[in-house]
Design a protein around this ligand. Structure first.
Ligand code: FES
Length: 544
């Protein structure tokens, strides 16, 4: 470090002794944008204390986050949520590289901040530890725990007149009662669980609620550990991101029936390590892994219950005992996973079960491929009586048109409803479509139609809902060439999705197809021009 940098550091209040030590960036997304991140500043302070006690100098900085709850509200224009993942990763890289920090402690707490932090850590590849902000505690009313997913059902009931708007608002008011991330197995907790099983964070840390005072101790230890990794030449993030650890993470997603968004984020994290890991690499894992937890929306319990049952180490141990994990992958403290889990409790049988006595025999998520999705797509199959659907296409271009058309009843039983142009580049930002399926659900027609999109369905219809179709329509994927009336067959049993069009007809239609213009304006324009395909995780700097 030379004189210009030293004078600047002195102006921040550091003495010569602090300047002589290694520098550890402590980055978080604390702010008042959402309750998710509001526990992070105190945890960052504890992490800084740990860094200082361990003999390094902590430098705190922040980056942005937005809440997925808000991005769900838009039916047109950029979906900034997935875009924000790239902004988080890029901004953390910017500071870590620009300021030449020696190590990092990264704290995240919402759907896209977690994968964004993991991507940045892997990209920069300096010693570091990830700390999850921790889940909120669920609300309770009339003898029942409440969760976000229930709100969608309650909205349906209100639309049908089964409950009043006041009743809806009363339930809404009681849904979550503390700060923290969604207290269910949503994207933030699934992403953090991936961090835990891959080695980015300490075992057992994900499920500890945001408001538990023990989080201060956990964060302090993480700060100390980051310095230990630096001083002792310990593991780097790319030692944690391997094909085996990625497969372990997919197994965990399957076993907890975690958020399918993680099937987008894991390839993006792999990309940062130079590993091509895509949808088709996950297909067999998703089929063979049983669901062994019962956390909402897949059961009556919450992350607090999972924590009290021993947390994720119990889940990992059960999967290891079931022969479903690579036991030699390194954990955050450097021990192989199998050794680190040796003392994990046995499943309680209520929130967590063993692989020989699962809640369900598979993950309830399948990967499909075929001439409609040559690079793959996903479908949720849990609890569906019917895994094969064949019918004529009913095509809508974009969420706005789909919302209107479906609400007006411009579809019939037997249709395969297609909503295209909502992929990462088309939206741009890969829309999570919340409202379009609602009228189908409310009419009780979930089993009568199938849905197919290159965007995402956070909440489906209760029938076959295919998402993440890759390549997307906007980039000229086959979905762009489908017309009303084309016969589409979805076979989730065999893992296929095809449209009955001959190769010659496909070629004829393609020759007359004109690519739609990319979004113009601001960040979304830059994003649309650089984003990669869904099956590779939609990264903005794909290595493949
Ligand atoms: Fe932030 Fe769910 S909206 S974690």
């Amino acid at each position: 470090m030379r004189a210009p940098q030293r004078h600047h550091l002195r102006a921040t209040g550091l003495g010569d002794d602090a300047i002589a030590r290694p520098f550890v960036g402590v980055v978080h997304t604390h702010g008042e944008v959402s309750p998710c991140a509001m526990s992070l500043a105190p945890q960052a302070a504890a992490a800084k204390l740990g860094v200082e006690v361990a003999g390094a100098t902590a430098r705190e900085f922040t980056t942005v986050s937005i809440s997925d709850v808000w991005t769900l509200a838009h039916d047109h224009g950029p979906q900034y949520s997935l875009i924000s993942r790239e902004v988080v990763a890029d901004s953390v890289e910017l500071v870590l590289e620009g300021q030449r920090y020696d190590a990092v402690v990264a704290l995240g707490a919402c759907d896209k901040t977690v994968p964004g932090m993991l991507m940045a850590m892997t990209r920069v590849n300096i010693p570091g530890v990830y700390i999850h902000g921790g889940p909120a505690i669920q609300g309770h009313r009339d003898g029942q725990d409440l969760n976000l997913y229930r709100i969608f059902g309650d909205m349906d009931r209100a639309a049908l007149g089964e409950i009043s708007e006041t009743g809806l608002e009363d339930l809404n008011r009681d849904t979550v009662v503390t700060i923290g991330t969604c207290p269910v197995q949503g994207t933030a907790s699934t992403a953090s669980a991936s961090a835990e099983i891959m080695g980015f964070s300490a075992l057992g840390s994900t499920t500890m609620p945001a408001v538990f005072p023990q989080r201060t101790d956990l964060a302090r230890k993480a700060g100390e550990h980051a310095v230990r990794l630096l001083m002792q030449g310990g593991l780097l993030p790319r030692d944690w991101v391997t094909r085996e650890s990625l497969e372990n993470a997919v197994t965990m997603v399957a076993a907890t029936r975690g958020s399918s968004n993680m099937l987008l984020h894991l390839p993006a994290i792999a990309n940062e390590a130079g590993i091509r890991f895509e949808l088709k690499d996950m297909a067999a894992i998703l089929r063979r892994t049983p669901r062994i937890t019962s956390v909402a929306p897949n059961g009556p319990h919450f992350l607090l219950d999972l924590h009290r049952a021993g947390g994720l180490p119990v889940v990992f141990r059960a999967l290891l005992d079931g022969g479903l994990l690579h036991g030699e992958t390194p954990t955050n403290d450097g021990r192989p996973l199998s050794a680190a889990l040796a003392d994990a409790r046995a499943p309680d049988g209520r929130v967590i079960r063993g692989c020989d006595d699962p809640f369900q025999s598979d993950s309830g998520i399948r990967v499909l491929q075929g001439n409609l999705a040559p690079d793959g797509c996903i479908v949720k199959t849990a609890d569906l009586p019917r895994l094969v659907f064949e019918g004529p296409a009913r095509v809508f271009d974009g969420d706005r048109e789909a919302r209107k058309g479906i609400a007006e009843g411009r579809f019939k039983a037997g249709d395969v409803i297609i909503v295209r142009g909502e992929g990462p580049r088309g939206s741009p930002g890969m829309r999570e479509m919340l409202e379009a399926p609602s009228p189908i659900r409310r009419r009780g027609m979930g089993q009568d139609v199938a849905l197919v999109t290159d965007g995402r369905w956070p909440i489906g219809t209760g029938g076959l809902c295919v998402a993440h179709v890759s390549p997307e329509a906007h980039s000229g994927g086959p979905l762009a060439l489908v017309r009303d009336g084309d016969i589409i067959r979805i076979d989730a049993e065999r893992g296929t999705i095809d449209v009955r069009i001959s190769d010659e007809e496909f070629a004829r239609r393609r020759s007359g197809w004109t690519p739609p213009p990319d979004w113009v304006g601001g960040l979304a324009e830059k994003y649309a021009r650089s984003v990669g395909p869904t099956h590779l995780g939609a990264p903005t700097h794909s290595r493949f």
